[in-house]
Design a binder for this molecule. Structure first.
Ligand SMILES: Nc1nc2c(ncn2[C@@H]2O[C@H](COP(=O)(O)OP(=O)(O)OP(=O)(O)O)[C@@H](O)[C@H]2O)c(=O)[nH]1
Ligand SMILES: [Mg+2]
Length: 196
């Protein structure tokens, strides 16, 4: 399993036209605003508090490239579906996210994050359809799993997400918590698979 020994912010991009190709392979995190993308990033790189996390959605407004182990990039994207920003700003984010995901030869895999408590939304479904359409390999992560206290909720979360996103029966869903680090190893293993 990969061991993250080194990670640093490589570049921050606010405009789609500045999304030039990087020299190494990339994996990216996508999902609703506030779903826990930046927290997941911080969890897997452990000793580095890299990405800004906030209780208010819409924290990450740029595409942030983190250079890991001098070998590959982890890309933290702004979240979608955050209603409390202007239409213009939403449009800017959309073009930034799509501009990144489209025609990205170096992108080897995407983690689609879904909030365990909220469940999959229409926008998550759209994102999944989009990834399928563009042929981008992806994995699904159920975030904030620590918030599900009842065993029954925990037992059905995978099914709920699979059905909501119209995924095949055996499609793996990584249950993750940035609070307890549950699922951290599975995420690292998946990164390794994407980079193979
Ligand atoms: N309980 C719990 N809270 C979490 C977890 N992961 C993230 N959070 C909280 O959820 C909020 C949003 O987390 P972020 O990591 O900033 O979410 P994001 O997806 O990067 O959000 P944007 O940058 O707005 O797209 C913060 O208050 C985090 O502390 C988790 O695993 N468990
Ligand atoms: Mg963020």
């Amino acid at each position: 399993m990969i061991n993250i020994k080194k990670a640093q912010l490589y570049k921050t991009v606010f405009k789609p036209e500045e999304l030039s190709e990087t020299p190494y392979k990339e994996v990216a995190f996508v999902g609703r605003s506030n779903v826990g993308k930046s927290s997941l990033l911080n969890s897997i790189v452990k000793n580095y508090k890299l990405a800004k996390v906030s209780s208010s959605p819409g924290k990450t407004r740029s595409v942030n490239f983190y250079f890991v182990n001098d070998k590959f990039f982890i890309v933290d994207l702004p979240g979608y579906g955050f209603a409390k920003i202007s239409k213009t700003e939403q449009e800017r984010w959309r073009s930034l996210i799509e501009g990144y995901l489209k025609n990205r030869d170096k992108l080897k895999g995407v983690f689609l994050l879904v909030d365990s408590k909220v469940g999959p939304t229409d926008k998550d479904r759209m994102m999944k359809d989009w990834l399928v359409y563009y042929g981008i390999p992806f994995a699904v992560v159920a975030t904030k799993i620590d918030k599900l206290k009842k065993q029954s909720e925990k037992a059905t979360v995978e099914k709920r997400i699979r059905e909501g996103l119209d995924l095949p029966k055996q499609f793996p869903i990584i249950k993750f918590s940035a609070k307890t680090n549950e699922g951290r190893v599975e995420v690292l293993k998946q990164i390794e698979r994407f980079l193979e």
